[in-house]
Design a protein around this ligand. Structure first.
Ligand SMILES: Nc1ncnc2c1ncn2[C@@H]1O[C@H](COP(=O)(O)OP(=O)(O)OP(=O)(O)O)[C@@H](O)[C@H]1O
Ligand SMILES: [Mg+2]
Length: 328
């Protein structure tokens, strides 16, 4: 007799690896997810994504996909589009939201349209003079490639002399680069699961910002959950984070990054539609604070592949916080 989970999910492909700059992180997320699925008696196998992924999925008679890919081609709607074409259900956001959220510029434009606060920015181009940029955004600023993750290609700019090298570092990864106004203040992240916001985590690093090393290499990054905010302020941030998430049409699960300025005003940075899922990652940490184990979390994320089930997940939690985007 097959175990209940095998009946429910069928044969699951955990899509991991791929070719983005975040390949190594994705392999770690994917392995942790695969182990969790197996421990829950789900019939799951790993696929390291390459050009023949859709042939492998069809030849292997998989029934659904757990997307554990980070960065371009995996988190940005491309894989999602291919899965739509072959009619295979998959975890998390659909094509459009994946594509919007991978692109920080598009995300910010949408947020502007519906009143979600996000730091001021400019798209860098040869037509934009350094002086104009300084007048508009002031110092410091942060330069970002628009569609990378894990802080790849990002640099804080403290003075005019640093502009050229910061721009060049971002250009190493892609042509489209934005400069963003620097927010001075604490940084938080809000995990979203099935229509609710999980407890907020505060990130603290002695480094200039939460860069690649702070995320994956150094052991001096601190994570605070409970986050130390008043209950009221934490709930406000959760509600705003859900609005920010919904505004992009993201669904199922994800993570919204936000900073608070000295007046406790939130400034939303971005939405991650396939956040890290190693057992030290932030979404598992927030889930744990809600008594959801890593294995339970993985099953709940897999359940988001039944698109109609995603919303009902919210009902499984005691005090859901939810909110819809309203026009500015
Ligand atoms: N406007 C800003 N002001 C100050 N610090 C910022 C700003 N934007 C980004 N940062 C810092 O850079 C980090 C990475 O920024 P962001 O979340 O936009 O990029 P990312 O590379 O997509 O991150 P992720 O790994 O979460 O996908 C933030 O966690 C924060 O520490
Ligand atoms: Mg981020």
């Amino acid at each position: 007799m097959p175990k209940p989970n095998q009946l429910h999910f069928g044969k699951v492909a955990v899509l991991m690896g791929g070719s983005s700059a975040e390949r190594e992180i994705s392999l770690k997320s994917g392995s942790a997810i695969l182990t969790a699925l197996k421990e829950s008696n789900v019939h799951a196998e790993a696929i390291d994504v390459s050009i023949d992924v859709f042939e492998k999925l069809q030849a292997g008679k998989y029934e659904r996909a757990f997307i554990a890919l980070h960065g371009p081609l995996g988190e940005d709607g491309c894989i999602q589009g291919g899965l739509e074409v072959i009619g295979m259900p998959y975890s998390g956001s659909g094509v459009m939201a994946s594509s919007i959220c991978m692109n920080k510029l598009m995300t910010k434009q949408i947020w502007h349209g519906c009143g979600i606060p996000t730091p001021k920015y400019r798209i860098l181009s040869d037509d934009l003079s350094e002086d104009e940029l300084l007048v508009e955004l002031g110092l410091p600023m942060i330069f970002k490639p628009v569609s990378q993750g894990s802080s790849i290609g990002m640099t804080k700019v403290n003075c005019k002399a640093e502009i050229a090298s910061a721009w060049a570092s971002a250009l190493d990864f892609e042509e489209a680069v934005i400069a963003e106004q620097w927010i001075e203040g604490p940084e938080y992240t809000v995990a979203i699961l099935g229509g609710i916001a999980l407890p907020v985590i505060r990130l603290e690093t002695p480094r200039t910002f939460y860069d690649y090393d702070a995320k994956y290499q150094s052991n001096d990054t601190q994570y605070h959950c409970p986050c130390g905010l008043s209950e009221e302020l934490e709930q406000q941030i959760q509600t705003r984070a859900l609005q920010a998430f919904d505004a992009t049409e993201a669904t199922g699960w994800g993570r919204v990054d936000v900073m608070l300025d000295k007046d406790n005003q939130p400034w939303f940075l971005e939405v991650n539609t396939v956040p890290g899922m190693t057992d030290q990652s932030l979404v598992p940490m927030a889930a744990k604070a809600k008594n959801i184990s890593f294995n339970e979390l993985v099953i709940k994320i897999l359940q988001t592949s039944f698109k109609e089930d995603s919303e009902t997940l919210a009902n499984q939690f005691s005090s859901p916080v939810s909110g819809k985007c309203s026009a500015a």
